[in-house]
Design a protein around this ligand. Sequence first.
Ligand code: FDA
Length: 404
Amino acid sequence: MPLIFQGQAMTQQFDVIIIGAGAAGLMCAATAGYRGRSVLVIDNAKKAGRKILISGGGRCNFTNQSVSPDNFLCGNPHFVKSALARYPSSNFIELVERHGIEYHERDHGQLFCNDSAKDIVDMLLTECDWAGVTISLRSEIKYVKQLDEQQFEVHAGGQCYQANSLVIATGGLSMPKLGATPFGYKLAEQFGLKVLPTRAGLVPFTWHSDQKEHFEALSGIAVPSCITAANGKQFSEALLFTHRGLSGPAILQISNYWQPGEAVSINLLPKQDAASLIEQVLSQHPKQSLKNTLSQWLPKRLVEALFDENTLAKALNQLGHGERDSIAAKLNNWQITMNGTEGYRTAEVTLGGVDTNELSSKTMQANNVKGLYFIGEVMDVTGWLGGFNFQWAWASGVACGLDC
Ligand code: FDA
C-alpha cells in the first residue's frame, strides 16, 4: 500500500500534487509516478476511491468493450477523442488482467468485476504504491495558490505543500454524502477558467403528485422499452417503475439528454408495431377484451394504469378505428412529462463543469495557467451509463499523468 502521509507541519516539495484520490486522480498519480515524478495525492475523505467502491452495484462497471466519442456529452464533442484514442479500454482491460482481477461482460459490452469493486481500488492503490506515490487522506484543503509560473502551494490537513504541477481530480457533485464537493469548480473559477452550468445526470425521474398517485402502485415493475428524448436521442433498455418515478437504465441514459419541462416518448413494445399486433388479434379473436389482449404483452398492473377500466373491458371489435389507433400510439409512443429528477442525491454523474475549451485535449492542462490540470468528471465530459465515465477517468488521468 502507498505511504499514507501524516507528518508534522512543514513545506513539502513534490513535482505533482493531485487533489482527489478517486478514479482519475489515482490513475494519473500512478502514471506520473512511473515517469519518475514525485507525486502527492490529497483527499478529504477517509478512504480512496469511494465512488469506485459503490459503483456498478458493488461490482464496478470499470469500462466498456466498445468506447467511442459518441458515448460522451461535452460542449466540444471533439475534445474526448485524443485521450480516448491514447488510452483505449483495451489498455485498462489489460491492466485489470495483469492484476489477476476476474471480470465478466454484460449487455452492451459493459465489463464488471466478478467479485468486488474493491479489486479495482486495490489495483489502483497497488499501482500508486509501485509508482512511489504518497497519498494523504482526511486532508481538508485550506487554500490553493500559485506562487509563480512554476509553483503552486496547497495547504491541506495542517500541512503546506508545493509543486510545479497541480491536478484537480475532485469529481462532480453527485452523491454529496460520499464527500462530493464543488471544490474543483471553485478552483477553476479562482484561476479564471470558465465553468459551464452543472446538473445531475444518469439520474431517475420523479412523478408529479397526480402521476404519483396514479402510478406509484407499479413500483417494482420493469419492462423492456425504447425511450426517446425531445432532441431525438434514443435508448433501448429496461424501464423501471419506482415509488418516486421512473428509473432503470433507459431512464438514466435519457436523463443526460433531458431538459426540465420536456416530454419523453416511451415505446413500451419496442420490438413490435402495436397497431398491427392489435389488428392481428382482432382478426383472430374479435371478442377478446382489450385488457386480456394487452396483458399478453405487458404486465397487467401496467395495462390497468395506462388505460381506463371501461376501455379495457371492451372487446376488440367494440373499439373504433380511432380508439384502436390511440391505444396503439400510447403503447409505441407514450408521451410523458415528468416532474424532475432525483437530483445529485442519487445521480451517478454531473453534467457540465470546467469548460473543455479552457483545456488541452492532449494533456488536460489549462490553456492559460501553466501547470494546472483538470481530469475526470470535474470537467464538462459526461459518459453514458455502461462504464464510459470510468473510461474517461482512466483516459484523462493517463493523458495528464504523461504530461504533468
Ligand atoms: P471521483 O468522484 O471518483 O473522485 C473525486 C475525489 O475527490 C473523491 O475521492 C473525493 O473525496 C475527492 N474530493 C472531492 N472534493 C474534495 C475536496 N474539497 N478536497 C479533497 N478531496 C476532494 N461510472 C462507471 O463508469 N461505471 C459504473 O459502474 C459507475 N457506477 C456509479 C455508481 C454510483 C452510485 C455513482 C455515484 C457513480 C458511478 N459511476 C460509474 C460514475 C463514476 O463513479 C464517476 O464518473 C467517476 O468516479 C469519476 O471519477 P473522478 O476521479 O473524476 O471523481
